[in-house]
Design a protein around this ligand. Sequence first.
Ligand code: SF4
Length: 394
Amino acid sequence: MAPSRSQARGQGCDRGNPQRRGSATRGSAAALLRLDPAEIRWFRRRLLRWYRKYARPWPWRASANSYHVWVAEVMLQQTRVEVVAKAFPRFLARFPSVADLALAPLENVLAVWSGLGYYTRARNLHRAAQWLWKHGYREFPREPSLARALPGVGPYTVAAVLSIAYNQRLAAVDANVRRVLGRVTGNPSATKNGKLAQAIAVALLDPHAPGDWNQALMELGQRLCIPRTPQCPACPWQPRCATARSSVALRIAAPRRRGPGKSPIELVADLVFDTRGRIVVERGVFPYLRHLWVPVLHEAQASAAGLAPSRGQSLGTFRHAIGKRQFRVSVYLRKLSNQKATRFLHDVPAPGERRLVTPKELEHLGRSSLLLKSWQLWVRQLARGGVAFSEANQ
Ligand code: SF4
């Protein structure tokens, strides 16, 4: 049975809560749902019972600490939950409180964020922690309007954190929740119309356990009411779900099948070493990741046209995605004398910078997973004995 945060806390306060103030909206949504109070209670009871029995024990569910909940919600916005499950404890071990995060250099925060992608989230989290620390806050603010003003914090994050950490009666509505609500009410507009979905979510929200309720809806959307093939027989709402009663409605919010995607951008990544085993890394040059350290990168066309340094020993290729952009990266190993490596450091297009770092120092840099994947190819080749790591690579 999943830990219930609401059971671990006292009743929260929802004064000043904009969703609470909209009782008219709540009433009209209830009318829209054509549900009487007993039916609404049925939906609440069934979902919470299912959630408390089947919720997955993710690390962030063990605590109602507002800082922990906030960090988890930011990580979960654009990263798969299994990846976050590994990164979350690592991040908290390094930055256990708002103060630790606020006082850390951004470089260290980006380094620990490595592997989660979408680094703007890490920068916003860091800026928000600095603002809170400077203004005397030691936890995520309880006032929705203040929380909403923090960098990177939108209405969804506010509702999720305040309901889970402080038991405030706020409905958290994202695309997953909109899909569930559209299906259960048989109202496809709710999947696209944010205001309608919000009104339905507020009407259904369990006032006694808003945090668990929000998490339960998200869990339902992630596990059973999934985009293409909803698992209705296992769903606690199946007996009264409008979609489950109509095979036509199953198409509500199913994503359109994508046609063949664009071909990936071809990149060349040079792993450039000096004779002391230090590697050259750069940042500020690659337009999609200006703030992170990457290997020396060129577009493959520039490399083929002789506009980039000659290639060394091939280590292999991998695919990489940054947002919606797809890349195919060919990795090459090059070795330079210490003197040439030092000159190479200064041969970087503005406004970029290059550094020579040891493998140990590399671990503490805010580096892209593109650098990690290139590095792994090199390590794999080393293990196979397939790297001729000699002056021939110069
Ligand atoms: S019964 Fe099916 S369509 Fe309805 S909410 Fe559950 S999983 Fe979604």
